[in-house]
Design a protein. Structure first.
Length: 542
């Protein structure tokens, strides 16, 4: 095994030189400087003495031995977080927002370090790693600038105009448990936690084992931005082992991952009557209507299907193309896909990187092989690329996929998309809505009005018109999440911060009371109130 061949650009994490297989060669070095790694893992609450080795999917080079947490560590993390939260909840909102703006600057200034670590841990192409820094900067700025809009105490209508004063407070839940996946390790480690902090909560987070270093760099940047250290706790370990201990101590749980795991989490939260938001899987459709700009649609289709090698919850895996433009669209889409560059380097030259693991590669190979064995045609791709790295797979377009094939309805979570022809839009919408998922959809059309009306028929939490997924994902004011088995609750926007608060209504009553007054009988009181109700309706009051 060798360390990545391209040196990290200036500003990245320190890379070790030379052979990098220290487990078998005592003279060898890790791909990252051990001191740098030790500085990151020191942020974990992990005292079991057990470690898990992490290797880079780029070339298999060892990156770290990550200390593992046990139940006692989770208890300790929650105890510290709870103490910190009690103080944090009294910290003025403007101070909390200012820390988010400092984080924004830190993320932009330190993007080389962040991106290098993301690429080394996940194997993705550099341009897809950049999206993670971009998304966190956008999220930090958005919540800092909208803090008062979402969290200030607001007046509401009182039952007796002028005499019942009602206001609603947004009270932090307490300590939020966040369990996140590996596919966008920097984004997923931080994006849901930032509004939780802003709202006055503490966070205990368990990132995925494969991308722990990136998540720990996120924790370090929060410290540097000024957030009190104990407010953000990180534990490491298998989800099956740490999920229960985390959920049993959380006041709210935010989970991102597979639908199967999401159902387990939801059941555990229901036992404790605590809320949860679940951001889960998808089998996302893209519709090319007959009036689409085909160049734009083909360019967008490449990003929709092959960003992060398709390991993206909002990635397109099903494409429905109008009969009238099918051949011309497919010709353009195939040509653009054939022109994509794949590679295992830290520079900007690759259009697509590696899958993250053998498991992911096995799933992709199984889905494509099954489809081909049952009669699907491969228009481009369809091959693993061990010559590039252990888990590389070519961007793949399939035609002739039928319901008996696994990839027809099951999420592949890889660079594989199936093309389908449609004759009329009603049929296309019905097929796009087929199945249990409902995360993201894209529509290409030059008629914005018509596309928006089609969007309203699609059962997905986000719909992008003339864009792959970035328009909704990066518009942080808009809620993002899934319908049906793609999730519950929303990240981003007002919904993304209010999920971490309890709404508390405080009503102050003056002069009149809600009972008979001045010797009035109950019967007279009922008549007076009835007359009042009729009057209020006439006056147009809500
Ligand atoms: P996963 O459900 O296996 O794991 C996600 C996280 O949950 C990891 O941290 C894991 O350790 C933990 N976990 C696993 N079992 C657990 C359990 N029993 N209790 C508690 N925690 C547990 O998912 P994955 O395969 O790592 O991620 C890919 C999936 O995530 C895909 O289906 C993808 O669509 C989905 N995803 C969704 C979004 C979204 O925003 N909707 C974003 C990214 C990924």
């Amino acid at each position: 095994m060798v360390a990545p061949q391209n040196p990290t650009p200036a500003g990245g994490p320190p890379l070790a030189q030379g052979p990098a297989d220290p487990e078998h060669d005592p003279t060898a070095a890790y791909a990252l400087e051990p001191d740098y790694v030790a500085g990151l893992t020191a942020r974990l609450v992990a005292t079991t003495g057990r470690t898990v080795a992490v290797h880079s999917p780029l070339d298999g080079a060892p990156l770290a031995h990550v200390p593992q947490s046990g139940d006692d560590d989770v208890a300790d993390a929650f105890a510290r977080a709870r103490r910190a939260q009690a103080v944090w909840a009294r910290t003025p909102l403007d101070e909390r927002a200012a820390m988010l703006l400092r984080l924004h600057d830190l993320v932009l200034d330190r993007q080389d370090e962040i991106i290098d670590l993301v690429v080394l841990e996940s194997g993705k192409a550099r341009k897809h790693a950049f999206d993670e820094a971009l998304h966190i900067a956008l999220t930090a700025r958005y919540y800092a600038r909208t803090a008062h809009r979402h969290l200030d105490t607001r007046r509401r209508l009182g039952v007796v105009p002028g005499l019942t004063r009602v206001e609603v407070n947004h009270v932090p839940k307490g300590v939020v448990g966040i369990i996140s996946p590996w596919n966008y390790p920097f984004t997923m480690a931080l994006c849901d936690g930032l509004p939780a902090l802003l709202a006055g909560n503490a966070v205990v987070t368990k990132p995925d084992a494969q991308t722990m270093l990136t998540a720990l760099l996120g924790a370090r940047l929060l410290d540097e931005a000024g957030f009190p250290k104990d407010l953000w706790q990180v534990v490491a370990g298998p989800g099956r082992e740490l999920g229960g201990p985390i959920i049993s101590r959380s006041d709210y749980v935010c989970f991102t991952g597979s639908t199967a795991t999401g159902k387990i989490i939801a059941a555990q939260c229901a036992e404790r009557l605590i809320g949860c938001s679940l951001e889960l899987g998808g089998k996302n459709p893209l519709l090319v209507l007959r009036d689409a700009d085909l160049e734009k649609a083909a360019e967008g289709a490449v990003r929709a299907s092959f960003s992060n090698a398709g390991q993206l919850c909002v990635s397109t895996e099903r494409m429905f193309v109008a009969d009238q433009v099918y051949d011309r669209f497919v010709e353009r889409f195939v040509a653009r896909t054939q022109a994509m560059t794949l590679g295992a380097t830290l520079d900007w030259d690759n259009d697509m990187g590696s899958l993250i693991s053998q498991d992911q590669l096995d799933t992709v190979v199984a889905h494509v092989d099954d489809a081909v064995a049952k009669g699907a045609r491969v228009l481009v791709g369809g091959r693993a690329r061990p010559d590039l790295g252990p888990f590389y797979y070519e961007p793949t377009i399939l035609e002739g996929v039928t319901p008996d094939m696994t990839c027809f309805g099951h999420e592949t979570f890889g660079p594989v998309v199936s093309l389908y022809r449609f004759h009329d839009e009603t049929d296309a919408v019905a097929r796009a809505n087929d199945g249990e998922y409902g995360l993201n959809a894209s529509i290409y059309s030059q008629d914005g009005h018509r596309a928006r009306s089609v969007a309203r028929e699609i059962k997905c939490g986000t719909v992008n018109i003339n864009e792959a997924f970035g328009a909704t994902f990066a518009s942080i004011d808009s809620p993002m999440g899934g319908m049906r088995e793609s999730g519950m609750g929303r990240r981003q926007g007002a919904e993304g911060v209010h999920r971490y608060t309890e709404s508390q209504s405080v009503a102050t009553q003056r002069l009149v009371r809600f009972a008979p007054m001045l010797g009035m009988s109950d019967e007279t009181y009922a008549k007076v109130m009835t007359a009042n109700l009729r009057l209020m309706k006439k006056l147009g009051r809500a």
